[in-house]
Write a protein that binds this ligand. Structure first.
Ligand code: ADP
Ligand SMILES: Cc1ncc(COP(=O)(O)OP(=O)(O)O)c(N)n1
Length: 267
């Protein structure tokens, strides 16, 4: 059985973070493991508190896994502060992990700064070079490039700049634009495009986490990056199509049974 690890924050409401990642790994028939970087108190209406896990405990979790278990795919999600980023980068150097998907989580849809803005530069400098692919959304790409992104040509220009910052591949997600939802992958030579019809729903909590952990799952299963993204896009589209009216705010995507069967059967 293939094994994947998520290094990310816990979402008490289960829609994003570690919880979304583990559900996605399971749906793909992957054995999921976690290193928790922070515990958040959040629900469909907002983020109310965050407690960071100490750098010693983050290092100990990473060591415990890598010294014992083979990791076929690694996703890095919410990392809130400079010291956490530094310890993750230092620890991972000992293990040279393959198939690393970096979701540079910065601000939740409810507007909470999950990454301390002071840590943005450290995240780019320390984690980007470790990533097989980095998956910013439009606001994250705007922070990274300091440019405004409103259309496809601007997405392409931003992806080129982010790759120059040290990522091997850049998947810039278009979920925040108004038109059809198009994600673009840049590998330094050319672009691949992954388009889907915009699904009209308010329930999109955890879309970025789900997409990045689906890519990680597919890479762990041995798919090429292009195939991994293409399959992950199918997965997230179905999970949004069937998203749940849970809570009073932005409900979560749904890793429903048929989707488990589909992702699993496609293995
Ligand atoms: N309303 C939607 N309809 C279809 N796909 C969507 C929609 N919203 C987001 N997506 C897709 O979900 C994935 C996550 O995108 P995005 O919402 O931009 O990221 P994040 O959750 O990090 O803000 C991308 O593949 C994006 O294209
Ligand atoms: C613990 C935790 N990690 C990441 C996020 C952000 O998740 P995302 O998939 O980008 O979805 P939104 O929260 O923006 O809806 C999070 N909220 N919590």
């Amino acid at each position: 059985m293939k094994k994947a690890l998520t290094i990310a924050g816990s979402d008490s409401s289960g829609g994003a973070g570690i919880q979304a990642d583990l559900k996605t790994f399971s749906a793909h028939g992957i054995f999921g493991m976690s290193v928790i970087t922070a515990v958040t108190a959040q629900n469909t209406q907002g983020v109310f508190a965050v407690q960071d896990i100490s750098r010693e405990m983050i290092a100990a979790q990473i060591k415990a896994i890598f010294e014992d278990i083979e990791v076929d795919g690694l996703k890095i999600g919410m990392v809130s502060q400079i010291s956490s980023i530094e310890v993750i980068a230092e620890s991972l150097k000992n293990y040279s992990p393959q198939n690393v998907v970096l979701d540079p989580v910065m601000v939740s849809k409810s507007g909470y700064h999950l990454l301390n803005p002071e840590a943005e530069e450290t995240l780019i400098r320390k984690l980007l070079p470790l990533a097989t692919v980095v998956t910013p959304n439009i606001p994250e790409a705007e922070v990274m490039t300091k440019m405004s992104i409103r259309n496809l040509p601007q997405m392409e220009a931003a992806a080129k700049i982010i790759r120059q910052m040290g990522a091997k591949n850049v998947l810039l997600k278009g979920g925040h634009l108004e038109d059809d939802s198009i994600d673009i992958l840049y590998n330094g030579q050319g672009f691949e495009y992954y388009a889907s019809k915009r699904i009209v729903t308010k329930n999109t909590h955890g879309t970025g986490c789900t997409l990045s952990s689906a890519i990680t799952s597919n890479l762990a299963l041995g798919y090429s990056l292009d195939e991994a993204v293409s399959r992950a896009k199918e997965y997230i589209s179905a999970a949004i199509e069937h998203s749940l009216e849970i809570g009073k705010g932005v409900g979560p995507t749904h890793h429903f049974y048929e989707l488990y069967k589909k992702a699993g059967m496609m293995n």
